[in-house]
Design a binder for this molecule. Structure first.
Ligand code: AR6
Ligand code: MG
Length: 315
């Protein structure tokens, strides 16, 4: 059986690995990825450096640190934490980037979520970083989890789709921590639970589509053209769920396949990695990935330490 702490470590390292693998091919289509690289099963050097993560992991770390500091999700502290860790070279979305800079200068975290887009951002920046909330709030009622997710992302993501995507990703991660025997994970039950968690029409429709994709064994390439693989939470979160429900038995492969879907590859990879790590822990991570994750401040060893401290928190 995978122990509790190792699931937290697996989920945060899974986030980081999916992010690193996907980042150099962000924006490529699945076909372009196969033509240029075959499968992305190794870290590819990029302008950011070798083994370097992006905003997905940086914000995940910031959120985890805030939860450790406060013992729960505190919206003001989360906003401060994101702003503190923000580095411009990490590939942030432009709206998010402007918000984090304004938070640094003292903007009110309760106002910033609508400062760039009137209805808020519908992109996946809430979902990409939400694993720590899914882990810590795994035993909470749906409404409590939804509130914690909202508090964790309100400074940047208040659009109903951005929120629903983050809630579904957090729920998926939380559910994975409770699968005691990984051989008995049931994708159909998993999707049914998530369908009931979803509140927006678009997510309900996409989860129904995932059920059909499984039922009819629709190939990945066609599945992606049904779901979409862009920066919208309503596209990339279902893609991550697809990689998980189809490839969960082979964690390494699940992340490679997720990146191979193309589109917003770093985020789809990161979200799949968070789900898969919560199920399998960290023992499956191949050395050629583990050894090459950046390891300065808030790099691999710090992430492992942060995950361990997060696993001690009870909310
Ligand atoms: N109306 C129009 N465009 C929008 C809207 C909207 N309501 N919401 C988002 N966009 P942002 P993120 C578009 O800035 O969610 C990184 O690469 C708009 O083009 O909120 O944190 C990560 O790895 C905006 O710039 O940032 C993820 O891939 C873009 O969506 C992604 O960025 C991103 O939204 C996460 O970005
Ligand atoms: Mg990114």
């Amino acid at each position: 059986m995978i122990d509790h702490k190792d699931r937290f470590i697996g989920s945060l390292l899974g986030t980081c690995i999916g992010d690193i693998l996907g980042a150099p091919v962000e924006g490529y289509s699945g076909d372009e990825i196969s033509a240029s690289f075959g499968q992305v099963d190794r870290f590819i050097p990029s302008s950011r450096g070798y083994g370097c993560y992006t905003d997905d992991t940086q914000m995940t770390i910031a959120l985890a640190l805030s939860i450790i500091r406060c013992g729960e999700v505190d919206p003001e502290d989360c906003a401060r934490s994101y702003a503190q860790l923000y580095e411009s070279g990490r590939g942030y979305g432009w709206g998010a980037s402007l918000i984090l800079k304004s938070l640094k200068k003292g903007a009110d975290y309760r106002q910033t979520g609508r400062s760039q887009f009137r209805q808020g951002s519908f992109a996946n920046g809430g979902a990409m970083r939400i694993a720590p909330v899914g882990l810590v709030y795994r035993d909470k009622e749906d409404n409590d989890l939804r509130r914690a997710v909202y508090n964790a992302i309100m400074c940047t993501h208040v659009h109903p789709e951005g929120i629903d995507g983050a809630v579904l990703q957090a729920s998926a991660v939380g559910l994975m921590t409770k699968i005691e025997d990984k051989h008995r994970f049931d994708p159909e039950v998993f999707l049914k639970v998530l369908f009931n968690v979803a509140q927006t029409e678009v997510f309900k429709t996409r989860i129904k589509a995932l059920e059909e994709i499984l039922d009819l064994s629709i190939p990945d390439r066609d599945a992606i053209s049904i779901l979409g693989n862009g920066v919208k939470a309503s596209q990339s979160v279902p893609c991550a769920l697809l990689a998980t429900i189809r490839y969960y038995k082979r964690p390494e492969d699940a992340i490679i396949k997720a990146v191979g879907f193309g589109g917003d590859t770093d985020t789809i990879g990161a979200m799949t990695g968070a789900q898969i790590g919560a199920l399998h822990g960290s023992g499956w991570i191949p050395a050629h990935w583990f050894d090459n994750i950046e390891n300065n401040k808030y790099g691999r060893d710090d992430i492992i330490n942060i995950a361990g401290r997060l696993s001690d928190i009870t909310v």
